[in-house]
Design a protein around this ligand. Structure first.
Ligand code: ADP
Ligand code: MG
Length: 687
């Protein structure tokens, strides 16, 4: 998203030496088309060659740089299929290290000479070993100034060294051509280095201080642009006329409920009603933990719309959820005689026709359906309210499409992903926010335990007993070693896992859910689980949000330390929907101290907002944004928010600038960038 403001940065990559059609095609797989893209392809990490670790101090599993003398010539083995394996050992004053290289026929190491080796140490049968370390002759001039080597996201055929070389060239080509999009007052106040320096330091830092300096600027710029885009959208929509609903006393609706609303629900309904009667279009995000009762708030709003003679539309990401909504809204609407209909992909044509006639007729009604509602030919001329559930899958672009369907409909987006307040303001800068930070009374606590690998057999015993008592079990297994962007690997890992589980738990019915399944297949598996045709659902992280499986009593998360706290909390929320005691087991092997703290937080804390704040504190926002799994925007610098103060500063500065100069007339380059974010990134990233 961050984008070097180069005057001629959009030069194609073929402007760089040696980039022909083949290279271009490979680079495109990384989303790199221009010199500008290449410069904005930030390192995901660095190899720290500046710190040499004595061999005796190498730790199992840790990545480090060693300076060692080659003890003996490389032993080369040929394996079937033309593969090769070579071995040697190196030593320093403190110890010996074995090295293995795969398929590196051209490697030359001179016995008796010193080299630097960079790689991950593994203890193997009492030996320290490294497989495929990066190697440089000690004293190599190219390393002397460059203590940190950038590590990029790669694709087939593109190596780290190649990207380093190419990026170096791109920087040289762009020298003197960077423009400063930020107002000078800001770069001064926040002491941000100029863009050219930032881009050069982020790729080729001499020290971690350089990295921090570059990041500070790039992060600020990225977030600032993002905030500006959000805040501009918000101020624009704040001027859009909305359907005017008639004021009504929410108590009238509350009296029809089988329960007393929580204080948080009352507050949220009040905030919504104020918007709905204001004449200005509502753009509100309702955030609340799983089970906090968001549906009721939406139902109150739908009731108000219908009471004013209008229609309300409820959209969900899947058919299954849409059907569950249809059932709940039917219950809420029954006392008032408001008709509730269901429209989704599988609705037969005749039914579709009948519903469409009702919509066209304009009489009050509530329509539940999938997001497909906005993609097909359904017009919603009389809709005064559109509710979108699980909003994090629903982007600005879809919201715009909705606006076209119904010109004055209010929007209520609902999300069960609690995120810290600071981040809410930034990520959803274009929305007002209501929070349900209170669970309805009597909600059972989900007993949560961190379970070490040694206790796995006990876990299986427990699962058997739960299943025998009619409890259903979710098991989430993340892909930890492979490339999680590769859906095939994800599928394979999950399938292997399910197979070993079937062997350990004979007689239990096990279903499998993964990213490779088509939407209809996912729904089929989910429906089978819901209908109790499965005891265990093994899933990768694609597990459906929001679906209510009342008999699900156990959530097992494998390699729990791999997940962020908020995500674990989300997963835990899949159980505890019915009356039975529910459990969450967080499986882990060895734990680092921060990971131990994270799991402990989860075992003792049940409030999603508190957990989100803890997550931010314990891991730093970079991790919080995590591996694309939160549905939050992907920023160009993954670890972008390593400083919360920068986030807040960016937001406040955006506010101040827009107040003084709403059209951004004083900074045309910045405006261009903000427009680009609004057009492209914001829409995509909120999806
Ligand atoms: P979510 O916020 O996850 O969408 P729901 O709206 O599905 O939560 O509510 C979860 C359950 O809690 C539903 O069965 C709902 O009827 C019930 N519920 C909602 N509000 C209250 C309340 N104030 N008191 C008791 N039960 C409630
Ligand atoms: Mg819900």
């Amino acid at each position: 998203m961050s984008d070097p403001a180069l005057t001629r940065g959009d030069a194609p990559l073929s402007a760089l030496s040696g980039v022909g059609p083949r290279r271009q095609a490979q680079l495109q797989k990384l989303g790199l088309f221009s010199v500008r893209d290449l410069l904005a392809h930030f390192p995901r990490d660095y190899e720290d060659w500046s710190r040499i670790t004595p061999i005796a101090r190498l730790e199992d599993g840790a990545t480090a740089c060693v300076r060692g003398t080659v003890a003996r010539p490389l032993d080369l083995f040929r394996k079937p299929g033309g593969k090769t394996l070579s071995r040697t050992a190196v030593f320093d004053d403190t110890g010996k290290l074995s090295l293995t290289f795969f398929n590196n026929k051209y490697l030359r190491l001179e016995t008796g000479r010193d080299y630097l080796f960079f790689g991950k140490t593994v203890f193997y049968g009492g030996m320290r070993t490294m497989a495929n370390p990066a190697v440089v002759p000690a004293g190599d001039a190219s390393l002397s100034g460059a203590g940190l080597k950038p590590l990029y996201r790669l694709t087939e055929g593109i190596s780290q060294n190649y990207l380093r070389k190419l990026t170096g060239e791109a920087l040289a080509l762009s020298a003197g051509r960077f423009q400063e999009p930020l107002p000078p007052a800001l770069t001064e106040t926040y002491q941000l280095c100029p863009p050219e320096e930032a881009f050069s330091l982020i790729h080729f830092p001499a020290s971690w201080d350089d990295v921090r300096k570059a990041r500070r600027r790039l992060i600020f710029e990225e977030l600032f642009t993002f905030c500006l885009a959000g805040q501009r959208l918000r101020s624009q929509s704040a001027r859009l006329p909305g359907a005017v609903l008639e004021r009504a006393d929410p108590e009238e609706f509350f009296r029809s409920l089988p329960f007393a609303p929580t204080g948080a629900q009352r507050r949220a309904v009040g905030e919504c009603f104020r918007d709905l009667c204001s004449g200005v279009r509502m753009n509100r995000l309702l955030q609340g933990d799983v089970g906090s009762g968001k549906t009721m708030v939406a139902a109150a709003c739908a009731w108000l719309a219908c009471k004013s003679g209008k229609q309300a539309v409820i959209m969900a990401p899947t058919e299954l959820l849409a059907r569950q909504h249809h059932a709940s809204f039917s219950r809420f609407a029954a006392p008032f005689g408001i008709p509730v209909e269901l429209l989704c992909g599988s609705t037969p044509a005749s039914e579709r026709k009948r519903i469409r006639a009702m919509l066209d007729g304009g009489a009050p009604m509530i329509l539940c359906g999938t997001h497909a509602l906005i993609q097909n030919d359904v017009a919603l001329p009389a809709a005064a309210l559109i509710v979108v559930d699980e909003q994090h899958r629903f982007g600005v672009r879809q919201r715009a499409a909705l606006g076209e369907k119904s010109l004055s409909a209010h929007l209520l987006a609902m999300s069960a992903t609690p995120i810290p307040r600071t981040l809410t303001l930034i990520l959803y800068g274009d929305l007002e926010v209501s929070r349900l930070d209170e669970l309805p009374p009597g909600r059972q606590e989900i007993l949560t335990y961190a379970v070490p690998e040694e206790k796995r057999q006990d876990l299986y015993g427990f699962l058997r007993r739960q299943a025998a008592e009619g409890g259903q079990i979710y098991i989430v297994c993340p892909l930890i070693d492979g490339d999680e962007d590769d859906p095939d690997e994800e599928k394979k890992a999950a399938a292997t896992y399910a197979k070993s589980l079937a062997a350990a738990l004979p007689g239990l019915r096990i279903g499998l859910m993964h990213g490779r399944l088509k939407a209809a297949e996912k729904e089929a598996v989910m429906t089978a689980f819901l209908n109790r045709e499965l005891d265990i659902l093994v899933s990768t992280t694609v597990i459906e949000v929001g679906v209510d499986v009342p008999d699900a009593t156990v959530m097992v998360v494998e390699n729990a330390d791999f997940f962020g706290l908020s995500q674990l909390h989300q997963l835990r929320g899949r159980v505890g929907r019915g009356s039975r005691q529910s459990y969450c087991f967080l499986m882990h092997r060895t734990l680092s101290e921060p990971a131990r703290q994270r799991l402990r937080t989860l075992c003792t804390q049940r409030d999603g907002f508190a957990i989100a704040e803890a997550d931010l504190r314990l891991r730093g926002p970079g991790d919080f944004f995590g591996r694309r799994q939160h549905g939050l925007p992907d920023f160009a610098i993954a670890d972008l928010a390593s400083d919360l103060n920068v986030l807040e500063a960016a937001r406040d500065s955006a506010q101040t600038l827009l107040r003084d100069d709403p059209g951004l007339d004083s900074c045309p380059l910045l405006r261009e960038r903000v427009d680009a974010v609004t057009q492209k990134t914001l829409a995509v990233s909120l999806n």
